[in-house]
Ligand binder design. Structure first.
Ligand SMILES: [Ca+2]
Ligand SMILES: [Ca+2]
Ligand SMILES: [Ca+2]
Length: 202
């Protein structure tokens, strides 16, 4: 009996320790965190030559306080053209829209010479306010072939998509392209392209 009660108190001590570690961990990672933050580019739209098509990018924070997102998109110009024209002179190509509004820090760069990542995007709120979820950016692209948008666009691995929280820490996340033969949805460490792997879409 005594042995059993000693065992019981050891168990209780372990439970208390685990709870304490969990609580301490909670300061670095909000207790509400449930899943990795995710970027999802919907590139499932069918294409016809010269008919502009939209590719919206969705963001879900997974319960994390994400205050900065950076990603690069790799276009294949043999099938999709990006038009950088800024006819209304607001500093952003007219083919890009921000349905959730422009974040306090927003950097958009299009460089056709950067062939493995023509489009670079940085969104951040340095005040610590979390970035909104939803469709955070949408691209209008001009196809030159019949097919699916995803055949000519993908997240670049250089740099890989990254997320940071209000403590300035990297948060491991996912980035996926819907509609392609390949989905990059495995967890990766921010900036660690070696952790990426391709899986065939269902
Ligand atoms: Ca514009
Ligand atoms: Ca490219
Ligand atoms: Ca780039």
């Amino acid at each position: 009996m005594k042995q059993q009660s000693t065992l019981t108190s050891v168990c209780q001590g372990l439970v208390a320790l685990i709870l304490t570690v969990g609580l301490i961990g909670g300061f670095a990672e909000p207790a509400t965190a449930q899943s990795p933050p995710a970027l999802i580019l919907d590139a499932s739209m069918p294409t016809q030559p010269s008919v502009p098509v939209a590719a919206p990018m969705g963001f879900a924070n997974g319960g994390h306080t994400i205050t900065a997102i950076a990603f690069s998109l790799d276009l294949d110009p043999s099938g999709l053209a990006f038009d950088p024209t800024d006819s209304d002179m607001d500093g952003l190509p007219d083919s890009v829209s921000l349905p959730e509004g422009e974040p306090p820090v927003f950097v958009f760069d299009y460089d056709p010479a950067d062939t493995d990542g023509e489009i670079d995007v940085l969104m951040a709120d340095l005040s610590g306010t979390p970035l909104p979820e939803g469709v955070i950016i949408e691209f209008e692209l001009t196809p030159s072939q019949n097919g699916v948008v995803a055949a000519w666009i993908d997240f670049s691995g250089d740099p890989a998509p990254s997320f940071s929280n209000d403590m300035g820490e990297d948060v491991e996340g996912t980035a996926s392209v819907l509609g392609g033969e390949l989905i990059f949805a495995d967890g990766f460490e921010s900036g660690d392209t070696s952790a990426w792997s391709a899986t065939t879409a269902p």
